[in-house]
Design a protein around this ligand. Sequence first.
Ligand SMILES: [Zn+2]
Length: 176
Amino acid sequence: MKKALHEQKEVFIYESQGKVHIWNHFAEEILECANKGLKNESAGSIFEDIIYKNLSEWLKRYLQEGVTDAFLDDLNSAIHEIRYSKYILPIDLLPSETGFPKNAYSAQYDESTEPEALAADDFSKLLTSGKLKRLKRCQLEGCEKFFLGPPQARWCSKTCGSKHRVAKKRKRDSSR
Ligand SMILES: [Zn+2]
């Protein structure tokens, strides 16, 4: 296990093939996967493709309806099949205000874990991290990628911003 968990309120661990890993993907990485799912870009395996596609569906739905009770019901049933077990982490790994070790929960991933459940599990981590406060979708037609940005951000990149301006100008010119 890596020792880089300070400032992390929640620690996610997962076990796969008998090994324990710290789940420390950045929100940006997950969004990148979701964007691949959005564009139907193949991730290399059908299993991953399903994860990516499902991630993008969760994000879309989150942007459309927000965290409603129905949304949480569906999310909870999607993650239900993933089993978690409890871990008590040493203080040097997860510092605590009280000076006593804290809880962490470890997901048990195995061959029977469905990609849909993995996607929901990943999405749920994004959701509880609070990062989705900054979730946006690029407003350039044909891009529409997910990204994290300030409230006024409209495009996922400078490229998309200038493409938008060019398209707008062209529209204006042709309507003259
Ligand atoms: Zn874009």
